[in-house]
Write a protein that binds this ligand. Structure first.
Ligand code: GDP
Ligand code: FE
Ligand code: FE
Ligand code: FE
Length: 187
């Protein structure tokens, strides 16, 4: 799967606004990959495909999780996290991407996880800070991302957890595990 094929596949699967987000995430991912010595080709491919499953019907995603033995606990943390895990599965199955690092970057782009690879971190972070985003506290994350990949991931995870707690939403356990990785580093 080359980039041209990947862009064509997501262009078909995504709405215009989401496709434009994907282009910005890909450009942001490239900047971060160069800055933090991550394989640019793999990082860009993961970024292009990261939201591949964003518009699949929730019922289809839930069915895939049950039938394909994806982690059952995914079903209990809100529908927003499903597209990342199911997306990695569909990208492997439908687009024949077999690079496990690329698939993990897609799988963990929403929740993060403990011990993320730098490839996972740059896609996770680019999705959070791409120029079209305007979350509370994002400037601090963008500033950290200029020099310190782990600190930027920490701040993004902290902000996401704070946001979810304020809304009384459940937080996926691996998001806490990712946060704890860096909270210990930055204490
Ligand atoms: P997008 O697909 O480009 O919009 O970005 P993401 O894949 O990062 O999805 C963002 C959504 O997932 C946001 O609404 C987050 O609040 C939500 N989200 C991220 N982590 C978690 C989590 O651990 N639990 C829950 N319930 N939602 C989460
Ligand atoms: Fe996403
Ligand atoms: Fe994200
Ligand atoms: Fe995204």
């Amino acid at each position: 799967m080359n980039e041209e094929q990947a862009f064509a596949a997501v262009k078909k699967s995504l709405k215009k606004r989401r496709y434009e987000h994907t282009i910005r995430v890909t450009e942001e991912t490239e900047r971060l990959a160069q800055r933090f010595n991550v394989n640019v080709e793999k990082a860009r491919l993961a970024a292009i495909l990261h939201d591949y499953a964003k518009y699949r019907p929730v019922e289809e995603m839930r069915k895939t999780i049950k039938e394909e033995n994806l982690p059952g606990n995914l079903l209990n943390f809100g529908d927003e996290i499903l597209h990342a895990f199911v997306g990695a599965f569909y990208v492997a199955k439908e687009l024949n991407v077999d690079d496990l690092g690329v698939l993990d970057a897609i799988r963990y782009h929403t929740t993060g996880r403990a011990n993320m690879s730098n490839l996972e971190k740059v896609v996770f972070l680019a999705d959070y800070i791409e120029p079209g985003r305007s979350f509370a506290g994002i400037d601090e994350v963008r500033l950290a991302a200029e020099t310190n990949l782990d600190k930027a991931c920490f701040l993004a995870l902290r902000n996401t957890i704070n946001f979810l707690v304020l809304k009384q939403q459940p937080v996926y356990p691996e998001t806490f595990e990712a946060y704890n990785d860096y909270a210990i580093v930055f204490k």
